[in-house]
Design a protein around this ligand. Structure first.
Ligand SMILES: [Zn+2]
Length: 309
């Protein structure tokens, strides 16, 4: 995934280097079935790039009519085919950005992505946050875990009908995506190729049943992958996505911190926050940051508008 705007972030190597020395922050809002002592910890991304005046001018919001995801994509391989193709491969990388994952887009727009993790304590919906997005007409990509969908079927259908949003895949059991059982923040990852398939495709099917479309984007619970799991995700026709701006630290940040972090977003950034934690600082922080960004000329788009499938 090229980056046409920022020489300092021009490649995966520089991105990894940039992220390596950064302070970590808790991301407990994305905890799976973990106990209170187990927290996701994601690095605070590097300083954002400036808006590139040469970048093509985007529309503030994309037209509502056109589908974000090409509906006529090839049928993905079967579980048996995936196991045969990837079963002998050994992963070499483990982290938030590994070979095959997408951390940012080449577009001028900012992509706001909001996770709903499900599981104990994670099945809420931050209506205040959704109201802010609708009021400001800021589109977002919503990564739904299958457990959250099971707890909120009517709400999922409502969100699927809202052209301001697109639905994406946040896994079946909300597990780090590993072919060897690696863990992240004490949360056990998938243990083999077959479980990777189930983690991606189990929720892919649930989302397709609700939306009538094949979801185009995936982010695992904890946002951790190995490189083989990322390659499997791509082989299944889904783009493995992460982020450049950790907007709410798993819905643990105070509003002012959310506003400061999200306020760093510039063209091509992918912002992660959560909408399954009403009462957190996320909604209030976004209500501060988004109008400022809009006033500065920032534009927002769903991932389907800014990432190639
Ligand atoms: Zn999550």
């Amino acid at each position: 995934m090229g980056d046409i705007h920022a020489p300092a972030m021009a490649g995966r190597r520089s991105l990894l280097l940039g992220m390596a020395g950064l302070a970590s922050v808790a991301l407990s809002g994305c905890m799976a079935t973990a106990g209170a002592a187990q927290e996701e910890v994601l690095p605070t991304p590097a300083a954002s790039i400036l808006v590139d005046p040469a970048a093509p001018a985007p529309s503030r919001t994309a037209p509502a009519e056109a589908p974000e995801v090409e509906p006529h994509r090839p049928t993905p391989p079967t579980k048996q085919q995936i196991m045969a193709e990837f079963g002998a491969r050994t992963p070499r990388e483990w982290g938030l950005q590994v070979t095959g994952t997408v951390g940012r887009s080449a577009a001028r727009d900012i992509a706001l992505t909001l996770d709903a993790c499900g599981g104990p304590g994670g099945t809420g919906c931050d209506q205040q946050l959704l109201t802010t997005l609708r009021k400001l007409n800021v589109p977002a990509t919503l990564f739904l875990n299958e457990r959250w969908i099971q707890a909120n079927p009517a709400l999922t259908a409502e969100l699927a009908r809202d052209p301001l949003f697109e639905l994406a895949n946040h896994g079946f059991l909300h597990r780090p995506l590993s072919v060897t059982g690696k863990s992240a923040y004490g949360i056990a990852g998938t243990s083999d190729v077959g479980q990777v398939y189930d983690e991606v495709m189990g929720n892919q099917a649930a989302l397709q049943d609700i939306t009538g479309h094949v979801p185009g984007f995936f982010r695992p619970g904890t946002a951790y992958y190995d490189d083989v799991a990322a390659a499997i995700t791509r082989r299944l026709g889904v783009l493995p996505v992460n982020f450049t701006i950790n907007g709410d630290g798993g819905a643990t940040f105070a509003p002012a911190t959310v506003a400061a972090e999200v306020g760093k977003a510039r063209n091509g950034d992918i912002v992660i926050a959560h909408f399954n934690k009403p009462g957190s600082g996320t909604a209030a922080g976004l209500a501060q940051a988004l109008p400022r960004l809009l006033d500065q000329g920032a534009t927002f788009a769903k991932l389907g508008r800014v990432l190639p499938l």
